[in-house]
Structure formats: C-alpha cells, structure tokens
Design a protein around this ligand. Structure first.
Ligand code: PEP
Length: 250
C-alpha cells in the first residue's frame, strides 16, 4: 500500500526568534512544493505563530512539540490542543524527552493524544526503547502502543507513529536501517492486532534517532519506514531539505 511519507523537524528548545524566522524562510525557499513527502516543522512554542505566518500558503505544515490534555484552565505554563490548533496542524506526543526528562506518564501521553485528536490536530506518537530496554523492545513497544491508544476504538488516519529508540536520539548512534525496519514492521503488526490490517497498512511510521543527510536514504528505502522525525539536523535548512528530498525520492 502506498503511504505518503512524513518528515518532521523537531527544533526542540533551540533558536532565538531571529534565527527561527531566518530558518523558516530558508525552509520555505528550499521545500515549498516538494512532492512525495509531507513536511512538518515543529519550532518552540513561542515561534509557532511566526511559523504559521511564514509557512502560510506553502506545502509545509506546522507542528507543536507538546500539548496539555485539558482544553483550558489553571495550568500555568501549559498550552492546550485547541490553542495549538489555531497555529499548528500537528503535535508531537510522548517524545522520550517529555517521558523521561519531564516524567510524563503513559496516562498523560494517552490524554494528550486524545486531546489532540479532539482538537483536530494530527498527532505524531513517539515510542521507543531505552538502552536498558533493548532486550525487551517488543514488550516496551507493545506497552507504549497499548497505553498510548487506550480508549481509542479505531486508528485515526491522521495519527503518525515515530519509532525513536531513546539511545539513538541526539547521540549519533543511529539504529541500523535493518533494525529500524524490523521495529517499524513490528509496530505495524501490533497496530494490525490492536486495530485492523487495513488501518495498520495505512498508518505512517517514521524512524527517528540521529537521522542525518548521510543515512536518510538507507531508512527511506525500507518498506515499513514512512519518513523520519529529525532533531539536530532539522536546525540546518540545507541538511533538512536534503533529508526531505531523499524521503520524497525514495
Ligand atoms: C528527536 O528529537 O526526535 C530526534 C530524533 O533527535 P535527533 O535527530 O537529534 O537524534
């Protein structure tokens, strides 16, 4: 089944405002109109409005890096899904930095996923094992998918899964393309068991973890890998554009 790959650029907590604006206009120049892949730019929350303005009318889409599960209320510092929906169409949910640096629980990830869907945002659900969990990666992925999708009857077409082994994020130690393919195929099998074969076959599954210009082609050609979630390399417009073009061409 042909799936349109998705490449996400997760800027994390990087860029001053001027840098963000310059990066957005370089990305617009490089990537507007790219066919064969969807491109989602996820800047820090304060620059989401700038991103929405800079990318309006282009094929590039805007994503947030996190979301709160409540629609509004006394949650100082938090941003809700309905708020994000006015400046973004995507949101990353369950990134390992949220899970392990900020103590996000499985229940919270699930609540964020549901809130995002309710607000019309397309979630990128990040899953992946830590170094010490490599020997039981199937159990870890099964638990994260089960908990992430708790209470969700059908797999929505606009959910993307990002398989991101935590040990590969920001380390330069990318998973081998064969291992990444095997994990993404395993995730697809789990989705088929949890939902059904048709929706699992249609679901886009990205690989993330030290993706760079020099390795993207090896991931992009794998049959169960439908794009990438890119951290560090997404801060360089030329590198990120090369990655997006490689995915689109695969
Ligand atoms: C990420 O933050 O999701 C990520 C994959 O980062 P990096 O590409 O820097 O490893």
């Amino acid at each position: 089944m042909a799936r349109l790959p998705v490449v996400g650029g997760n800027w994390k907590m990087h860029t001053a405002r001027g840098e963000a604006v310059a990066l957005l206009s370089a990305l617009r120049r490089e990537l507007d109109g790219l066919a064969g892949a969807q491109v989602v730019i996820c800047p820090p929350a304060p620059w989401l409005g700038d991103a929405a303005d800079a990318l309006a009318g282009t094929t590039l889409e805007v994503g947030a890096q996190d979301v709160h599960w409540e629609p509004k209320g006394a949650f100082t510092g938090a941003v809700s899904a309905p708020m994000l929906a006015s400046v973004a169409s995507w949101v990353i949910v369950g990134h390992s930095e949220r899970r392990y640096l900020f103590g996000e629980t499985a229940e919270e990830t699930n609540a964020k996923l549901r809130a995002s869907l309710a607000a019309g945002l397309s979630p990128i659900l990040a899953v992946g094992e830590r170094q010490e969990e490599i020997g039981r990666v199937a159990d870890v992925l099964a638990a994260q998918l089960t908990e992430g999708f708790r209470g969700i009857e059908r797999l929505p077409a606009d959910v993307v899964i990002a398989y991101e082994p935590v040990w590969a994020i920001g380390t330069g130690l990318a998973a081998t393309p064969d291992d990444a393919q095997a994990r993404c195929a395993l995730i697809r099998t789990m989705l088929a068991e949890r939902f059904n074969t048709a929706s699992a076959d249609a679901c886009r599954i990205q690989y993330g973890g030290s993706v760079i210009t020099g390795n993207i082609e090896d991931y992009a050609k794998q049959p169960d890998i439908d794009g990438a979630l890119v951290g560090g390399a997404s801060l360089d417009a030329a590198a990120f554009a090369t990655i997006c073009r490689a995915v689109a061409a695969a």
